[in-house]
Design a protein around this ligand. Structure first.
Ligand SMILES: C[S@@+](CC[C@H](N)C(=O)[O-])C[C@H]1O[C@@H](n2cnc3c(N)ncnc32)[C@H](O)[C@@H]1O
Length: 243
């Protein structure tokens, strides 16, 4: 099976914007979420976007007034983000988000890890290590926001086939295969090639994390946690470093 980075570079990144319904619609959704849930900055406070992708939250955070450090391991998606930065104060970094601390030279007012990025990490130990670094990198009173899918209840039978998006020339379907602590996500991509259809399949693993486990792991790092319903069936946890 490919690593997450290989899966994105070879398979998903080239169709990611199409999958998200186009950049304008995706950024409009990101802006609505950022405006509703992120603290509004009083000055050019620093926000860190972990797994920023093409900037669905990084661009809205800069629009809200933050200086943004956007980290992702996909060069293809960061190139899209770079192409849409304009004059906004966004710095993009191609790196493993687990190493985000080495790109920080001051505490952050806000750190986000949104859009199911958390489940891409290799194991629970990596998640706990990330939370340790997040708690230690926030200003006093700073906020961490994470949104992710809860895969703890397995889908069964034909429910494991999830239509993601389709048009006249392309169809993307996910097939989920569950094991103890993770789910293997097979991204099944069918693309029209003249009169024929080409099939490409690639898979990667996602962690099966419950919002309760994530909440406890954040509290164990000294953060005060609120759980709520996020967009598109995702869980959203908002964690504050006490003043
Ligand atoms: C599901 S996408 C979400 C992107 C973005 N946050 C959003 O909401 O549109 C997951 C992103 O995390 C990135 N990613 C996954 N694991 C990573 C890691 N260990 N380090 C850096 N980026 C990672 C992928 O390249 C991808 O852009």
């Amino acid at each position: 099976m490919l690593s997450v980075t290989e899966h994105y570079e070879n398979h998903l990144a080239p169709v990611y914007l199409w999958m998200a319904g186009g950049i304008d619609a995706a950024i409009a959704r990101g802006q609505a979420e950022v405006d509703a849930v992120c603290p509004h900055p009083t000055k050019a406070n620093l926000a860190v976007d972990l797994g920023a992708g093409f900037g669905m939250h990084a661009i809205p955070l800069a629009n809200l007034g933050y200086s943004v450090l956007a980290i992702d391991s996909s060069g293809t998606l960061l190139e899209v983000l770079d192409g849409h930065v304009g004059t906004r104060p966004i710095k993009t970094v191609k790196d493993d988000l687990l190493a985000f601390k080495r790109h920080l030279d001051a505490p952050a007012a806000l750190i986000v890890c949104m859009g199911d990025t958390l489940t891409h990490l290799p194991d629970r130990q990596a998640v706990q290590g990330l939370f340790d670094n997040v708690a230690g990198s926030l200003e006093d009173g700073g906020t961490f926001i994470v949104t992710f899918r809860d895969y703890t209840t397995p889908l069964i039978g034909s429910k494991r086939f999830i239509p993601v998006r389709s048009d006249a020339d392309r169809i993307l379907t996910c097939f989920l295969e569950y094991d103890e602590g993770a789910v293997t996500v097979h991204d099944i991509l069918q693309e029209r090639d003249g009169a024929e259809w080409r099939l490409r399949v690639s898979a990667y693993r996602k962690l099966r994390l419950s919002p309760e486990w994530v909440g406890r792991a954040l509290e164990a790092k000294g953060l005060q946690v609120r759980k709520e319903q996020g967009l598109a069936g995702m869980a959203r946890l908002i964690a504050k470093r006490p003043l």
